[in-house]
Design a protein around this ligand. Structure first.
Ligand code: FEO
Length: 386
């Protein structure tokens, strides 16, 4: 797909309509795109980011139609879904140089074996001229790798942000916006950016005085800056919604009964609850729910002397995603023993949340066990000041 987004600035990337998994981990219900942008100045031509190797033929075809030459390949990020196509572009345009920062250069040399002589390195805030267009490079490390940077096209006021502000969303409408884009961008933030929210806060402060007309990421559509910056401001803030995320797994019905009782008790108190059956849930949906929530209650039975592996997997994911949770608890049932609680708690060292007294029972819940779940619902309500 080729689309003009400003005078002499074209989208020349690739849409991956049917990709369904990223990093062999993240579900992609809406596919994705690998955006590349071709910028033609009066003196020089630059390509911003390449594409995933699986789509490099699309990029080359688009470049064949639009680029008689390429002087600079700007690499904002070394991960292969944006850099994998660089080798093929260099083959087709052997005079081109890869422009990036020192750290990204080293990553590209390691990951793609690009020889050092092919690089030009730039410092933070350094600019290069394409003639009537100027590219300024802004370091923005840790979104989500350490070598990332942004590229600002001064004359057209476009900020190319690679992964930052992106969305895994395949669409032929480069200007798509609204609810579908918001949800895809939030899911993307949750899965990839959430552990780095403090870095993102700093980067947003760094770019706040830039005059930006368009934000052009390398996944999904381009954005009106206000739309995506407002959304990110909300997601990276310390504010939480008073709601309970309840990932659970149940083998013989005991935990399911506990989850159902706790859900009803919380709802009766006016507290929003989002249960996720871990045997069926899309982990991207779970991650998205964790962006705003104040409270997590993990629910599990024991298997072979420990928590059910699905609950351990969920705990591990929560730990690496570092959501801004304020409270955590655990509920569970065992048949004859096993230390579920300590193992689950030990899997969550990154979280700064307060632990609320758990409810761990033997067998199917009795009346007194259900009363304990009512006590947990009351504790949660008290913490939330509702
Ligand atoms: Fe879209 Fe970190 O690559």
């Amino acid at each position: 797909m080729i689309a003009e987004i400003a005078d002499n600035v074209h989208f020349v990337g690739a849409i991956h309509w049917d990709r369904r998994l990223f990093d062999e981990l993240i579900p992609l219900p809406d596919g994705t795109s690998y955006n590349s942008y071709l910028i033609k100045g009066t003196d020089r031509i630059a390509l911003i980011d390449a594409v995933d190797p699986s789509k490099e033929e699309d990029l080359l075809k688009n470049l064949g139609a639009k680029a008689e030459s390429i002087d600079y390949i700007i690499a904002n990020h070394a991960e292969q879904d944006h850099s994998g196509g660089i080798l093929k572009v260099l083959e087709s345009y052997p005079m081109a140089k890869v422009v990036t920062n020192e750290k990204c250069k080293k990553s590209l040399m390691d990951l793609l074996l690009i020889p050092e002589k092919k690089f030009i390195t730039v410092k933070d805030n350094e600019s290069i001229s394409l003639g009537d267009k100027t590219l300024q490079f802004i370091y923005a490390p840790w979104v989500h790798w350490p070598e990332t940077m942004l590229t600002y096209l001064k004359e057209d006021r476009i900020l190319f942000t690679c992964d930052l502000f992106g969305a895994h969303l395949a669409t032929s409408d480069i200007y798509a916006t609204g609810g579908r884009v918001y949800e895809a961008a939030k899911r993307y933030y949750a899965e990839i950016m959430m552990p780095f929210r403090n870095n993102i806060k700093m980067h947003m402060e760094k770019i706040k005085d830039l005059d930006i007309e368009m934000i052009a990421p390398s996944h999904g559509p381009v954005h009106n800056p206000e739309f995506i910056l407002d959304a990110y401001q909300d997601w990276v803030s310390d504010d939480v919604k008073e709601e309970v995320i309840l990932p659970y797994v149940s083998m013989h019905g005991s935990v399911e009964k506990m989850v159902s009782h706790l859900t009803d008790a919380l709802v009766e108190k006016g507290i929003e609850v989002k249960p996720f059956n871990l045997t069926k849930t899309d982990i991207g949906q779970l991650a998205k729910a964790l962006v705003d929530a104040s409270t997590l209650v993990l629910a599990a039975p024991t298997v072979l002397l420990g928590p059910h592996p699905a609950a351990m997997y969920a705990a591990y994911l929560v730990n690496i995603l570092r959501p801004k949770l304020k409270y955590i608890s655990v509920i569970g049932s065992y048949g004859w023993g096993g230390n579920m609680l300590d193992q689950l708690k030990a899997t969550l060292p990154n979280l700064k949340a307060e632990f609320i007294e758990p409810v761990i029972i033997k067998g199917y819940p009795r009346k007194e066990d259900l009363a304990q779940l009512d006590r947990l619902a009351a504790d949660i309500q008290k913490k939330m000041n509702l």
